[in-house]
Design a protein around this ligand. Structure first.
Ligand SMILES: Cc1cc2nc3c(=O)[nH]c(=O)nc-3n(C[C@H](O)[C@H](O)[C@H](O)COP(=O)(O)OP(=O)(O)OC[C@H]3O[C@@H](n4cnc5c(N)ncnc54)[C@H](O)[C@@H]3O)c2cc1C
Ligand SMILES: NC(=O)c1ccc[n+]([C@@H]2O[C@H](COP(=O)([O-])OP(=O)(O)OC[C@H]3O[C@@H](n4cnc5c(N)ncnc54)[C@H](OP(=O)(O)O)[C@@H]3O)[C@@H](O)[C@H]2O)c1
Length: 562
């Protein structure tokens, strides 16, 4: 018996922001059998109750993590202009409780996803699943899958820094365990000072957050990094027409330049000077960094995507505590190995740092290891080989703003050949485009997660429904070609980004340029673009509000009776 696509079972893997909004949109479109599967005990993913650590604040402008269906309460400490991790946690919980009751299966780990064998009377996907409470194993069948496993879920622990706990006298743990370690200390009646001398490896936001939290509680902290994340902050809050408009996205430059103003900024000499002047000015005002401070070893605000958007310059933040010499920096430096005494770390330059506690804030690896090699190849999740790089090096963009890229090797790339997975629009693996049974949400790197994840969820729903208004490549080759072009653009625009960001959140990099990338998706769906409006002069400064996409479902359904 042929069932309607709306009745066929859909699995959404992951209960982070991406999983929640995708389930919400599919259910609103009439899909009647939607299940979120998650390892976690509560919703929110990185914002889940069991994960949020004290001192964590959101790295985005207020409103950028909001979904259109649920207002977001203002920050509890208005002066910071930023929501706390706890604010985010309760927003995600309220969203799940309000809209997704009964749709989420908690504490189940998906071990493997694969296609049924040819002798099985099934199409779609099989999941090997472990119930984390009972230990029971089961096999589940779904017609469609949306992968929302996130790019910051599986800790990346460099092999030379991993050790069996018994081999070390002090503590060694990854930054993702910071919350559970604090809970453990508390349950033992200890405070953070019992961590002793702490060494943190890494220059990213996790390292900076943890260092600030500990240093402001009088713990001795040393941070080791080669380059730190850049910071975006200002002495006073910047007006919405700068921070919540298209202003920065236009200055960042998209793969295609649709307006005269963008073409002026990125393809003329005067425009390029102006563009770089603005980015340099933002860099200057964002952090008060002393002349010889190791904080000068930082990523570029323009060329890279490793930026902490702190909003306003705050006392007791990482930079402030470094300036006050309450956090010691060892940079440029890389950690090479754990010391033989089990209480120190050896750096690549031979130095040895004593550490009662070593925190590896060394980032995250791909969450897509639930596909075996064969399945991953068949689906097309693997990053393109460097031979494609040669083939694609012929493509170029004559942007005057991109004429002097930084040296890739000096900026962290190991080989200079890192390449992106051919995933169409960052949503559907190009190889699987004609099957309409697999999509990814959460792998487009953006600074406005709420808006982007919601638009992508509509695109996925249209794709699953084979909405005739959704413009798609007609062939796999066409999808591959488009994805390769995008890959080439990303290497041009952010030359070293792919050496760092793992495949499960780099299907597309639409960092500052998320408004243009979301317009591309709205255009695919045949929906109105540039929704913030404005005339020829005001459009770059019009505030982008989440409400402008609150009717996407109705607009799609009205046009094509779902
Ligand atoms: C501490 C921290 C703070 C961050 N703060 C910000 C920020 O302020 N701003 C920002 O833009 N980005 C931030 N990020 C990046 C963040 O990852 C994304 O912005 C976004 O929240 C990710 O949402 P997601 O739904 O894609 O993934 P996640 O929130 O990571 O959700 C992934 C979900 O998949 C589930 N899952 C994964 N694998 C399996 C499996 N095999 N079986 C079952 N379930 C599985 C997980 O349990 C989880 O529920 C932060 C990351 C970290 C680690
Ligand atoms: N809202 C928030 O406040 C918040 C908090 C935490 C995380 N986040 C986000 O989550 C994502 C992950 O952040 P993250 O900080 O966990 O990871 P990350 O950004 O990937 O940073 C990992 C850091 O570890 C360094 N590193 C790795 N191995 C090293 C070694 N052997 N020696 C010295 N340094 C080493 C890396 O440097 P190399 O690149 O040079 O190897 C990098 O600086 C980011 O997008 C971040 O913005 C946000």
């Amino acid at each position: 018996m042929v069932t309607s696509p709306l009745d066929q079972p859909i699995a959404i893997l992951g209960s982070g922001a991406a999983g929640l909004i995708t389930a919400y949109t599919l259910i609103n479109d009439g899909f009647s059998n939607v299940t979120i599967l998650t390892k976690d005990k509560s919703p929110g993913g990185v914002w889940a109750d069991e994960r949020v650590y004290p001192g964590l604040t959101i790295n985005n402008v207020y409103g950028e993590f909001r979904f259109s269906a649920l207002p977001m309460p203002p920050p509890q400490i208005p002066a910071t202009g930023r929501l706390s991790g706890q604010d985010m946690c309760s927003y995600m919980r309220i969203f799940a409780d309000t809209f997704l009751k009964g749709n989420i299966r908690y504490a189940v780990e998906v071990k493997k996803i694969y296609r049924p064998g040819s002798d099985e009377d099934k199409i779609g996907w099989l999941f090997d699943v472990e119930n984390l409470e009972s230990g029971e194993l089961e096999i589940l069948h779904f017609s469609r899958v949306v992968l929302c496993t996130g790019g910051c879920h599986v800790p990346l622990i460099p092999s030379n820094l991993s050790a069996h706990p018994k081999e070390v006298n002090g503590h060694v743990f990854h930054s993702s365990k910071f919350r559970s370690q604090l809970d453990l200390l508390q349950s033992n009646g200890q405070d953070v000072k019992s961590l002793g001398q702490v060494v943190i490896i890494g220059g990213g936001k996790s390292a900076q957050d943890i260092a600030s939290y500990l240093a402001s509680r009088e713990v001795q902290v040393t941070v080791v990094f080669e380059r730190a994340d850049a910071v975006l902050a200002s002495p006073i809050p910047l007006p919405s027409f700068i921070r919540r408009s298209r202003f920065l996205s236009i200055l960042a430059g998209h793969e295609h330049l649709d307006t005269r103003f963008e073409r002026f900024l990125h393809t003329t000499r005067v425009g390029a000077r102006l563009t770089h002047f603005v980015w340099n000015t933002i860099t200057q005002i964002s952090a008060s960094i002393r002349r010889k401070s190791p904080l000068r070893n930082a990523h570029s605000l323009f060329w890279d995507i490793r930026t902490n958007d702190e909003g306003i310059l705050r006392s007791e933040n990482f930079h402030d505590l470094v300036n006050k010499e309450r956090i010691e920096l060892v940079s440029p430096a890389r950690a090479k190995a754990l010391g033989e005494d089990g209480r120190s770390v050896v750096l690549e330059d031979g130095r040895n740092l004593e550490a009662d506690t070593l925190i590896l804030a060394t980032g995250y690896t791909s969450s897509w290891d639930i596909f075996d090699e064969k399945m991953s190849k068949e689906l097309g999740l693997d990053r393109l080989a460097s031979s494609s790089a040669v083939e694609d090096s012929r493509r170029h963009w004559d942007y005057t703003t991109l004429t002097n890229p930084p040296d890739i090797r000096a900026n962290g790339s190991q080989t200079g050949q890192e390449w992106i997975s051919p995933i169409y629009r960052g949503i559907v693996p190009a190889k699987n485009i004609l099957n309409h049974d697999f999509a990814i949400n959460g792998a487009v790197f953006t600074t406005n997660n709420g808006y982007s994840l919601e638009v992508i969820s509509h695109w996925i729903s249209s794709y699953f429904l084979r909405d005739p208004h959704l413009q798609l490549p007609k062939t796999v080759e066409e999808a591959l070609e488009s994805s390769k072009r995008n890959a080439a653009w990303i290497r041009k625009r952010h030359p070293s980004a792919l050496s760092w960001v793992n495949p499960s959140y780099s299907s597309n990099l639409a960092f500052w340029t998320w408004p243009q990338a979301m317009d591309d998706l709205l255009r695919d769906m045949g929906l109105r673009t540039a929704r913030s409006g404005g005339n020829w002069f005001t459009w770059p400064f019009k505030v982008i509000k989440i409400d402008e996409i609150s009717t996407l479902g109705e607009e799609r359904r009205r046009r094509w009776q779902i």
